[in-house]
Design a protein around this ligand. Structure first.
Ligand code: NAG
Ligand code: NAG
Length: 467
């Protein structure tokens, strides 16, 4: 050993962290990697990985600065081990793999570094198995053998739900998702997640918009990670669609109409009641329960309820409120020059984040602007305002639906008015002609009578007295 080498060894020994210990937690089946401490690669080192368990030490592997390496053929280790100068990895951990792993670095047969890694068995489990129904009792357990670390359970929202290894609760929709058991030991933490599935209908927008120009789709579906088989195993009793027209007096519950019910025998089929011309979407087998029609209707406005009923009165329900967009012009019959109001409305209140876009006819007197209120006023309509008015309903940058109306603008003198005026004129002329004729006739008759009267008044006998 030359002097320089000796000095290096001395420094390495002085800096060594002999006896350093790390604790790792793992479940049966997990994969664990132990990171080796840093080393000075200019040294002529040997690295040994040993396993201490059941009162004896087993050498697992070694490697040296020359690149030589070897995994010692020990049962059951050789199949699950892999290692490099920096780490040792154990895959698919089995019961017999829990214990203490020792990393040893020697330089010229002097032990420079020893690090112990304690692999502690962790058992994370849930009962009953997923999926659960809301109302089921859910138990989660996070159990550590040997050590006494701090154990906490975090719910899917990341909130601490319980300090301690076991937790038991009534499942709700909120509990759906990843639960995490956090094991803390000497500032080291180890997280293990478990997926809790609580059966529910997929989230869908509360409001759907349609019009007589766009399709109507009422959404309802089972999440794609839950199969019909799992739903049936949860003792499903019925799946139905109901409709409640709006506005309706809530006192009369008979207003509610059943649209469809699902026959749960294989193959699943919808049975129509009052289907309102709606049809179920074809991918029912994939859990899509939605209803559609290619065009909305004015009386589509109302609440659509999609209900799944299970044994023990567990009910899952989604209610979708359908709104129908239309353009209303007031007054309805337009004569040019009139003041006209146009309203783009669903006749129900709209959320504050929706907005309108108007598309007036090209020659309209109303300027296109960036401001699109729900109600437009045209102070004086002209012939140019006649034609198609389109109104679109947008939510952020999504077009929800659109409606259209055709305005017909009569000129001030409408054809009918002309007809009436002409007829009146014709009648007047006819009356004048009639009066004229009558007068003439009367005059003529008077002229005929006058001579006779004259003869009577002034009798001028011509031949009576002739002798
Ligand atoms: C169900 O079907 C409707 C209509 O085809 C579609 O818009 C919707 O995205 C589907 N939902 C799912 C979850 O596949
Ligand atoms: C149009 O709307 C205004 C208020 O915006 C109202 O005063 C007027 O009466 C309305 N006109 C018609 C014809 O409805």
């Amino acid at each position: 050993m030359n002097l320089i080498q000796s000095i290096f060894v001395l420094i390495a020994v002085l800096m060594s962290k002999s006896g350093a210990e790390k604790v790792m937690y793992a479940q049966v089946g997990d994969t664990v990697t132990f990171t080796a401490p840093e080393k000075n690669s200019s040294l002529k080192y040997y690295i040994y990985w040993n396993f201490d368990g059941e009162g004896r030490s087993t050498q697992l592997a070694w490697l040296n600065h020359l690149g030589g390496k070897r995994i010692i053929p020990n049962e059951p280790w050789q199949i699950s081990l892999s290692f490099s100068t920096d780490s040792l990895t154990i895959t698919n951990i089995q019961e017999e793999n829990f214990g203490t792993f020792v990393f040893k670095l020697t330089v010229d047969d002097v032990v420079v570094t020893t690090t112990k890694y304690e692999l502690v068995k962790l058992n994370v489990s849930m009962t009953p198995d997923s999926p659960l129904l809301p109302g089921d009792i859910l138990s989660l357990a996070c159990i550590v053998s040997q050590k006494k670390p701090t154990i906490e359970w975090f719910n899917p929202k990341g909130e601490v739900k319980k300090k301690g290894g076991t937790i038991s609760m009534t499942a709700t929709n909120q509990d759906n998702g990843q639960w995490t058991c956090v094991v803390t030991d000497d500032k080291q933490t180890h997280n293990t997640s478990i997926n809790v599935k609580v059966v529910d209908l997929s989230p869908a927008p509360l409001h759907q918009y349609t019009s007589t120009y766009s399709p109507l789709t009422v959404l309802c579906s089972i999440p794609s990670d839950i199969s019909w088989k799992q739903i049936k195993e949860k003792d499903i009793q019925e799946v139905q669609w109901h409709f409640l027209p709006e506005p309706s007096s809530k006192l009369i519950s008979d207003d509610q109409q059943r649209l469809f019910s699902l026959s749960l025998e294989d193959p699943l089929t919808w049975k129509a009641d009052q289907n309102r011309d709606l049809s179920p979407v074809p991918d029912l087998a994939k859990g899509n329960l939605s209803l559609t029609r290619n065009r909305g209707k004015e009386d589509d406005r109302g609440s659509y309820m999609c209900t799944l009923k299970f044994k023990n009165d567990v009910t899952l329900r989604r209610t979708v409120h359908v709104e129908v967009l239309q353009i209303i012009s007031s007054p309805k019959e337009l004569i040019s020059g009139q003041r006209v109001n146009l309203s783009c409305t669903t006749s129900g209140p709209l959320p504050s984040d929706v907005h309108f876009k108007w598309f007036p006819p090209e020659k309209s007197s109303l300027q296109r602007s960036s401001h699109h209120p729900a109600h437009l006023t045209i102070p004086e309509v002209s012939a140019g305002d006649g034609g198609r008015w389109r109104c679109e309903l947008w939510q952020k940058d999504i077009l929800l639906t659109w409606a259209m109306t055709v305005l017909k603008i009569e000129p001030k003198l409408s054809v009918w008015m002309l007809v009436i005026i002409c007829s009146a004129a014709v009648i007047l002329i006819l009356l004048l002609i009639l009066t004229f004729i009558l007068c003439r006739r009367r005059q003529q008759r008077t002229r005929h009578l006058r001579p006779r009267l004259c003869r009577c008044k002034n009798p001028k006998p011509k031949g009576f007295y002739r002798t």
